[in-house]
Ligand binder design. Structure first.
Ligand code: C2O
Length: 342
């Protein structure tokens, strides 16, 4: 049967997956008396997600304000910045029992729920920010790292006095360093090859190495499956490479290079906004081939999140398939990895 929402009251201190030691932070969410089955709200105004490197000063000021307000919410408010970061920790770092098989722990990475789960995570994060600045059209900026003009840490995140700044990053990778989508801890030997290699990597992840649905989404994960059955191409490749590239060059990799702390990095949400965008682009490239798993083990899998009104809601994978039905679109930009097929 499908993975089903965890029992929050049974959340325990998880495991630091870089060191395999117990976590020294508690990332369990606040409890709530009841949860409701979430229905996607009718889309009246579309949210617009701009490319981070093209965003206007006006947009950046708005986004900074929203994150500042989120950081100022009381610590125990499920919408506060730290609680939002902990959502990622709780669903990754083995804090929850798997509903239906308490001998196993829940982990939503490295499996076919990677794209849908992160889509919901960003969906509520974005709605919380939009509510804080009273802007129902607010959309997260995406880090356009699949396109050469976006292959650098976006400027809005590196201004020291900004709420989007984070000191826990690899200091060698601040602008103008070129993002390396094949990064595995060592600098690339020939810098002139990074951009062409990045484009080749994108083409492989999105086209060449994807024939089955599992190739793209990751392996099947249902009640009774152990954590980490296997990631899809994007999750394994560019997605993980950039987590490691942004985080500190230490074995524990905070913030971005470690699951429990990744959500404390404001850049995380722009990184994942691009992953989310690549999912929709990939669906568009499929033509008449199947785009989603038809089985209820995927479509009916469900998770719990707090929405922008601090209401605990149960959401389903089956509701994530169309970004437009979820009320947002991206700025159109070039797809050079597709045009210049290597
Ligand atoms: Cu939940 Cu990029 O990891």
């Amino acid at each position: 049967s499908p993975i089903s929402a965890p029992d929050l009251s049974k959340c325990t201190r998880g495991t630091n997956l870089n060191t395999q030691q117990p976590l020294d932070v508690n990332c369990c969410p606040p409890l709530s008396q009841k949860s409701i089955d979430y229905k996607l709200p009718p889309v009246t105004k579309m949210r617009f997600r701009p490319a981070a490197h093209l965003a206007s000063q006006e947009y950046i000021a708005k986004y900074e304000k929203a994150v500042e307000l989120m950081k100022a919410l009381p610590e125990d408010d499920p919408r506060s910045f730290m609680q939002q970061a902990n959502v990622h920790c709780a669903y990754c770092n083995l804090t929850y029992e798997q509903t239906g098989d308490p001998s196993l722990r829940l982990q939503i990475h490295n499996c076919w729920h990677f794209f849908p789960w992160h889509r919901w995570y960003l969906f509520f994060y974005e709605r919380i920010l939009g509510k804080l600045i009273d802007d129902p059209t607010f959309g997260l900026p995406f880090w356009n790292w699949d396109n050469p003009p976006g292959m650098v840490m976006p400027n809005m995140f590196v201004k020291k006095d900004s709420p989007l700044y984070n000191p826990r990053r690899n200091q060698d990778h601040l602008p103008p360093a070129t993002t390396d989508l094949n990064y595995a801890g060592k600098p690339t030997t020939d810098p002139s090859k990074i951009i062409p290699n990045n484009l080749t990597e994108m083409y492989s992840e999105m086209v060449r190495n994807v024939s089955t649905l599992e190739d793209f989404y990751g392996a099947k994960y249902v009640t009774g499956t152990k954590p980490d059955p296997g990631p899809g191409t994007v999750e394994r490749g560019s997605h993980t490479a950039l987590h490691v590239w942004v985080g500190q060059a230490t074995p524990s990799g905070e913030d971005m290079g470690n699951f429990y702390s990744a959500g404390r990095e404001p850049l995380f949400f722009s990184h994942h906004a691009n992953v989310d965008r690549l999912w929709s682009i990939w669906r568009g490239l499929r033509g008449s081939k199947p785009k989603d798993f038809p089985e209820s083990d995927w479509l009916n899998a469900n998770f719990l999140f707090y929405d922008e009104n601090a209401q605990l809601v149960r959401v389903k994978v089956g509701d994530t398939l169309e970004n437009q039905k979820m009320g947002y679109v991206w700025q159109e930009v070039d797809l050079p990895w597709l045009k210049n097929r290597p």
